[in-house]
Design a protein around this ligand. Structure first.
Ligand code: ZN
Length: 433
């Protein structure tokens, strides 16, 4: 693909800027994140008031935190949220008291299976507080009277999400969905955000597109539910397909999880592309466990939305821990992921069905200056462009799309599309609308 080799570096730089922000499903972290995104691409932010009902859900109060510390009885700080925002369970309530180690441990979350890493934990809908700490660190804590201080507020405010839109005056749109609610984790959440930002920039440069493009940056689950709620009357008609973009910056092979229907055109396009590569895992069927596809593919919407990741969420050992960090995500992986998303867009845009007004026998190609005029010889003597045109003409049957012709002929979709142009100009084939 022809664009700067530095793109991976730029994506990683943006990711590094977003990484330290203490994000949650509401609050300053979300606003700071959207403010940085808005510097990169134009976005429109939507706010929903706390306590609003969105389907079966209620928007929670806004959570903000200024301090979270554990100190020993002699005043030594042993845990400080400012060092790593994962130390504090998201939506923790305020505390200011001293307690024994055994009482403190009732509010400490560890992960014994990943003993040196900080686990990620949340309690959005239940008042509670906790520190999330490496198992091996907690094991070494001395018996002491600890001073615990969390200064946090839960107040009426807003939940916010943002959309970036590329208007190509099309009837339908393609949705790229990423989420902005995870604190300092790089692959889960943020890799999808920086991929979306860069994809917006790249798609904006493309001409003659058949679809509009919408990029959603929303807190996972509750933000996406809010977006769907606000668009419930129109979204089913407007979405051509969607992809949830996350976990796209690690070294793992690509993973595609199909739409609920499983036989949508996006499923076919990605299957086609994956078949031609050696860096892809077997394609997964839809399941109602995962990320925002749970909402997009709920039965009332049943949108053609799949998930395209590298190592899929929950299946890499760094997942939801402090090890999902800036070293885990690399420039080159982000760039190859961006290339793949762009390839999907280009192939989806190119794919179409043709028909012929005179489908009986082949046209006399020499008449149109589209074919060698000297007959004879075998397939080898027919140049590739002529071969491609013969495939297209034969399957211009108002049913077979370029994707299928590509699979039958071995010529790639973009090459076939290019070969079709002269046939369209000479009115030998017509695009089915
Ligand atoms: Zn997650």
């Amino acid at each position: 693909m022809k664009y700067s080799q530095n793109i991976g570096k730029l994506m990683h730089k943006l990711l590094s800027e977003l990484f330290p922000i203490n994000r949650s499903i509401t609050g300053k972290g979300v606003r700071d994140t959207l403010s940085i995104i808005s510097r990169e691409i134009p976005i429109k932010t939507t706010k929903i008031k706390s306590k609003s009902k969105v389907f079966d859900w209620t928007i929670p109060d806004e959570w903000n935190v200024t301090e979270a510390k554990i100190c020993t009885s002699s005043g030594e700080v042993v845990v400080d949220f400012l060092d790593n925002n994962l130390y504090l369970m998201s939506y923790s309530t305020s505390v200011d008291s001293s307690m024994s180690l055994s009482d403190l441990k009732k509010h400490i979350i560890t992960d014994k299976s990943r003993p040196n890493w900080v686990p990620y934990s949340t309690s959005y809908y239940e008042d509670n507080w906790a520190f999330c700490l490496p198992y091996n660190f907690v094991k070494k804590l001395n018996d002491d009277n600890y001073q615990v201080k969390i200064e946090a507020t839960k107040k009426s405010g807003h939940l916010e999400y943002a959309e970036a839109f590329i208007n190509n005056n099309a009837k339908k749109e393609i949705l790229i969905s990423s989420y902005i609610c995870h604190p300092s984790m790089a692959n889960d959440s943020l890799s999808g955000v920086v991929l979306s930002v860069q994809l917006f920039k790249e798609i904006s440069k493309l001409k003659n597109l058949n679809y509009n493009y919408r990029f959603l940056f929303a807190p996972e689950t509750i933000g996406t539910i809010s977006f769907l709620y606000n668009n419930k009357k129109t979204i089913k008609k407007s979405i051509e397909f969607g992809l949830v973009a996350t976990c796209i910056g690690d070294k793992g092979k690509f993973t595609y999880k199909k739409t609920r229907n499983g036989i949508c055109n996006i499923d076919r396009v990605i299957n086609h592309i994956f078949n031609g590569r050696n860096d892809c895992n077997p394609i997964l069927d839809f399941s109602p466990l995962g990320s925002d596809e749970r909402q997009y593919c709920s039965p009332g919407f049943d949108l053609p939305v799949g998930v395209l990741t590298r190592s899929i969420f929950g299946k890499f050992k760094e997942y939801h821990t402090s090890a999902d960090n800036l070293e885990f995500v690399k420039d080159e992986y982000l760039k190859v992921s961006l290339d793949l998303y762009l390839e999907i867009v280009k192939i989806y845009e190119a794919n179409c069905i043709f028909y012929r007004k005179e489908p009986h026998c082949e046209p006399q190609m020499g008449k149109y200056d589209l074919y060698r005029t000297i007959g004879g010889g075998g397939e080898d003597n027919i140049n590739e462009l002529s071969q491609q045109r013969m495939w297209i003409l034969n399957y211009a049957d108002n049913e077979t799309d370029l994707l299928e012709i590509s699979q039958k002929s071995g010529f790639d979709v973009l090459t076939l599309k290019h070969a079709s142009e002269a046939l369209v100009e000479n009115k030998l084939i017509f695009k089915k609308i």
